[in-house]
Design a protein around this ligand. Structure first.
Ligand SMILES: C[S@@+](CC[C@H](N)C(=O)[O-])C[C@H]1O[C@@H](n2cnc3c(N)ncnc32)[C@H](O)[C@@H]1O
Length: 252
C-alpha cells in the first residue's frame, strides 16, 4: 500500500465508530485457539511458576484461554489488561479472569500485587513502551517476573497468501513522523524498537535480565548489503526478528 493511502486509512481509524467496526474484523494472533493457548502457557512456564501465582497478562486480544489454562494449572488469580475490548466482561467472568480495559498508560492495579506479568506479541504494539515497562515494574512484587515475547517484524504483511520474505522489516523504511501518521490508530501499529533499544529500556527501568532468547531472520541477514534502510542498525538489531525476555524485579 502506498503511504498516502496508509495515512488516509489511519486517519479514518481515528474515528471511534470506524475503529469499533474494524475491531470486529481483526484477528489478534492466537484468535482464541485453545491448543495454541496451551503452547503459550507452556512457553511461559519455562520461565516462571504458574501454581499459586497472581498473574497478569498484558494484551490478550481475543484469547483469554492462556489464562484459563493457567487457572486450571493452579494459578492463584489471573487478570488481563488490554486497550481494546476484544472479549466481553461476561466471557472473562465465566473464565474467572479479571479483565480490564485501559488507555495504555497507567495500569489499573495497585503497586506490588502480581508475581508474574506475561505478554505474547503485544509489547511491539505498545504506544508508550517506557511507561508500560515502568508500570510493570510498579505492579510486580519484589522478586516478581515479567515474561514477554516481542515480535520485531512489520505486521502489515501478516495474513497475506505469499508474503515477501525480504519485506519483514519494511516498517523501518519510514521516518518516525510518517510511520506514526500511517499506523498510530491501527492494530498493525508497531513501535519499531530494536533488540538493543528494548534491552536499554529494561535496564533503565531497573529490571534484572534473567533470560534472553533471540530469533534471527537468516534471509534478511543474507540480503543485508542490499537493504540500505537497515544499515544504520547494528548487525544484531538489523537481523533480530523475535526477542523473548524474562525480567525480574529485584529486592526479594
Ligand atoms: C497481536 S495482539 C496479540 C494478542 C494475544 N497476545 C495473542 O497472541 O493472540 C496485540 C494485543 O496487544 C494489545 N495492546 C496494544 N497496546 C497495549 C497496551 N498498551 N496495553 C495492553 N494491551 C495492549 C492489543 O489491543 C492487542 O489485543
Amino acid at each position: 500500500m502506498s503511504w498516502p493511502l496508509a495515512v488516509l486509512q489511519n486517519t479514518l481509524m481515528g474515528i471511534k465508530p470506524v475503529a469499533r467496526l474494524a475491531r470486529g474484523l481483526h484477528s489478534t494472533g492466537l484468535s482464541g485457539d485453545a491448543g495454541l493457548a496451551r503452547q503459550v502457557l507452556r512457553f511461559y512456564s519455562r520461565f516462571v511458576p504458574i501454581e499459586g501465582q497472581d498473574i497478569l497478562e498484558i494484551g490478550p486480544g481475543q484469547t483469554l484461554e492462556v489464562l484459563e489454562h493457567a487457572m486450571a494449572a493452579g494459578a492463584k488469580s489471573c487478570s488481563a489488561v488490554d486497550i481494546e475490548a476484544y472479549v466481553s466482561p461476561d466471557q472473562a467472568k465465566r473464565k474467572q479472569i479479571a479483565y480490564r480495559i485501559y488507555d495504555g498508560m497507567i495500569l489499573p492495579f495497585e503497586a506490588g500485587c502480581f508475581d508474574v506479568v506475561c505478554s505474547y506479541t503485544a509489547f511491539e504494539h505498545l504506544r508508550y513502551p517506557a511507561v508500560t515497562l515502568r508500570e510493570c515494574f510498579r505492579i510486580l512484587r519484589p522478586g516478581g517476573r515479567l515474561v514477554a515475547l516481542i515480535d520485531l517484524c512489520d505486521h502489515s504483511h501478516y495474513g497475506r497468501a505469499e508474503p515477501d520474505p525480504l519485506r519483514v522489516f519494511d516498517c523501518l523504511r519510514y521516518s518516525e513522523r510518517l510511520w506514526n501518521l500511517m499506523r498510530w490508530n491501527r492494530s498493525s501499529y508497531v513501535n519499531r524498537l530494536r533488540k538493543s533499544e528494548w534491552l536499554t529500556l529494561f535496564n533503565e527501568v531497573r529490571f534484572l535480565l534473567r533470560n534472553e532468547e533471540s530469533q534471527v531472520n537468516e534471509e534478511i541477514g543474507r540480503a543485508l548489503p542490499a537493504l540500505s534502510y537497515l544499515h544504520k542498525y547494528s548487525h544484531d538489531d538489523a537481523v533480530t526478528a523475535v526477542l523473548t525476555v524474562c525480567l525480574e524485579k529485584p529486592g526479594k
